[in-house]
Design a protein around this ligand. Structure first.
Ligand code: 5GP
Length: 193
């Protein structure tokens, strides 16, 4: 097991409905030493890519992206969840369905902060069905920028997102891929990488 898998086994909690709670170290209280290890590992996996910008989505991707950004020497842009409608023109817009909250959000990025010629690493905390990532990818495409790779902390390998995104041809690197988890026993197994 790698450092993140060990931490998930130690402090993660499996909930009914295929939800893994990691709020004691990843997405509510945040362990910055762990984030630094994750940032270093993302840098190792994307070392050959000319990344000049990191894109994530609020809220829980932001902390991970900011620490990772230190290793890439790149600014972080986060897509904002927005209810307003009168924003086309200045903003790239995508629709994203939330796995945990079961609602649809428009996510927006200002055209000022993403341009043709940008080489983007997308980062997020979880990959489940892939809606969040598809929204971010469509925003990068709208800007005429390039997705150089996608870095995820925890992929739930038993949900469709990972294979959908890999089949589109992107380099998707998940630091931990949960193969199965059981809410009754709390047992979590990981895919060998
Ligand atoms: P997707 O769009 O891939 O279906 O879901 C990704 C988003 O849903 C992530 O940004 C994350 O915030 C949230 N999410 C999905 N599955 C889980 C989970 O098992 N636990 C937690 N804490 N968040 C999740």
């Amino acid at each position: 097991m790698n450092f993140l898998e060990e931490r998930i086994v130690k402090d993660g909690i499996v909930r009914e409905g295929n939800v893994l709670k990691v709020d004691s170290f990843l997405n509510h209280q945040m362990d910055i030493s762990l984030f630094e290890q994750m940032g270093e590992e993302f840098k190792r996996r994307f070392a050959d890519k000319p990344i000049n910008k990191i894109l994530t989505i609020e809220a829980s991707g932001i902390g991970i992206a900011c620490i990772a950004a230190k290793y890439f020497n790149a600014p972080v842009v986060f897509a904002k969840k927005s209810k307003s409608i009168n924003i086309e023109g200045e903003m790239y817009v995508a629709e994203v369905e939330s796995f945990t909250h079961k609602c649809k959000n428009q996510v927006i990025v200002s055209k000022k902060f993403l341009n043709e010629g940008d080489h983007v690493l997308i980062i997020d905390d979880f990959l489940a069905n892939g809606c969040a990532l598809q929204g971010l990818i469509s925003i990068v495409n709208s800007a005429g920028a390039t997705v150089e790779g996608i870095g995820i902390a925890i992929e739930k390998g038993f949900q469709a997102g990972g294979s959908v995104i890999r089949n589109l041809g992107y380099q998707l690197e998940s630091l931990a891929i949960v193969e199965s988890m059981d809410a009754a026993t709390g047992k979590i197994t990981f895919r060998e990488q």
